[in-house]
Ligand binder design. Structure first.
Ligand SMILES: C[C@](O)(CO)[C@H](O)COP(=O)(O)OP(=O)(O)OC[C@H]1O[C@@H](n2ccc(N)nc2=O)[C@H](O)[C@@H]1O
Ligand SMILES: Nc1ncnc2c1ncn2[C@@H]1O[C@H](COP(=O)(O)OP(=O)(O)OP(=O)(O)O)[C@@H](O)[C@H]1O
Length: 281
């Protein structure tokens, strides 16, 4: 079969409120997810052998821990073909960056293999399988800009204007688990009111992450010169929101050489869904 290449886009949490810690340790959140037209690239090729083979930029993570492998393994019981799969990863998203690269890789794998292996599962069934791989996987499966509640699985779609983002990775990896288990994390932000406004929101992890990592604090201070800026997820990436590609590119061009970044617009529908639909036509 001809290989098919599908993007695993980045996400941004435009805000992230923590309402409550559950008895099992997980946190009830309210967060606004949007997708960016930039991400990892996964190329899928059906193979005659039954195996799941990963190749490309995979050396940082043992195969059995890679979320792409875990996603393919989770879908195996639903296969309606004897064929296996070869998946090549081109990694563009920083790991532990708060842009959801691992979760997005897992979601793109579930969505694509659902077709290639003729599993015929619904989006809701794929999202349920995805939630076992990570709290952020369901939003990538649904593929629509959305407010997420619960641990990230209760999704309400929302329309946002198109903006351009310059996303900066301050070269520090932040462990999501470390932030969520930290005693100083605020955990009691009230639920959003009916008439909430983006200007009244925040990222509840930001103050703690800045305190623990001066590079994140420096990055945000630098970005704030150009426009409204925030950290995404539990960090370390921070972003500035701008009205045009030119303005966002100007920020990237002046980025200090110790940091990395990229420029992309947000999309209402995940580019993974758009690419899959175009391929299926
Ligand atoms: C913070 C966000 O990035 C917002 O998009 C996500 O909710 C995190 O999603 P994720 O990286 O897929 O997280 P997971 O791999 O499911 O969880 C990593 C760790 O974060 C903590 N965790 C995660 C999500 C959540 N709602 N409450 C938590 O307490 C748990 O300690 C968990 O062991
Ligand atoms: N294919 C993969 N790509 C990236 N990380 C992976 C992958 N498979 C497993 N992981 C593990 O998942 C961890 C989190 O990766 P990810 O890039 O999703 O973090 P993140 O951007 O901080 O996500 P989030 O915002 O959802 O917390 C990594 O540190 C890595 O150990």
């Amino acid at each position: 079969m001809t290989p098919v290449s599908i993007i695993a886009p980045a996400k941004l949490n435009l805000f992230l409120h923590i309402n409550h810690q559950r008895a099992d340790g997980y946190h009830e959140l309210e967060t606004l997810f949007t997708f960016l037209d930039f991400g990892d690239e996964l190329t899928f090729t059906l193979i005659n052998e039954k195996e799941i083979i990963l190749c490309g930029d995979i050396s940082d993570i043992p195969q059995q821990d890679n979320l792409i492998y875990k996603a393919a393994l989770a879908l195996q019981p639903y296969k309606n073909t004897p064929l296996g799969i070869n998946i090549k990863l081109i990694k563009k998203l920083p790991m532990g960056g708060g842009v959801g690269g691992g979760s997005s890789d897992a979601a793109t794998t579930l969505l694509t293999l659902n077709y290639l292996w003729q599993c015929d599962l619904s989006i809701a069934e794929l999202a349920k399988i995805g939630l076992n791989l990570g709290a952020d996987v369901p939003v990538f499966i649904h593929g629509k800009t959305a407010i997420a509640q619960g641990v990230g699985e209760e999704l309400t779609s929302i329309n946002l204007p198109k903006k351009w983002y310059c996303v900066v990775f301050p070269n520090v990896h932040i462990s999501t688990a470390e932030i969520f288990t930290h005693p100083e994390l605020p955990r009691n932000t009230p639920k959003l009111s009916e008439d909430w406004k983006l200007a009244d929101t925040s990222n509840d992890c930001e103050a703690l992450v800045k305190k623990l990592n001066c590079e994140v604090e420096k990055t945000l201070l630098w970005l704030l010169k150009y426009g409204p800026s925030r950290m995404t997820g539990t960090g370390a990436c921070c972003f500035v929101e701008l009205d045009s590609q030119i303005a966002a590119q100007r920020v990237l061009n002046s980025l200090p050489s110790c940091w990395h970044g990229f420029v992309a617009p947000n999309t209402t529908i995940s580019p993974a869904h758009t690419q899959l639909e175009n391929w299926l036509k």
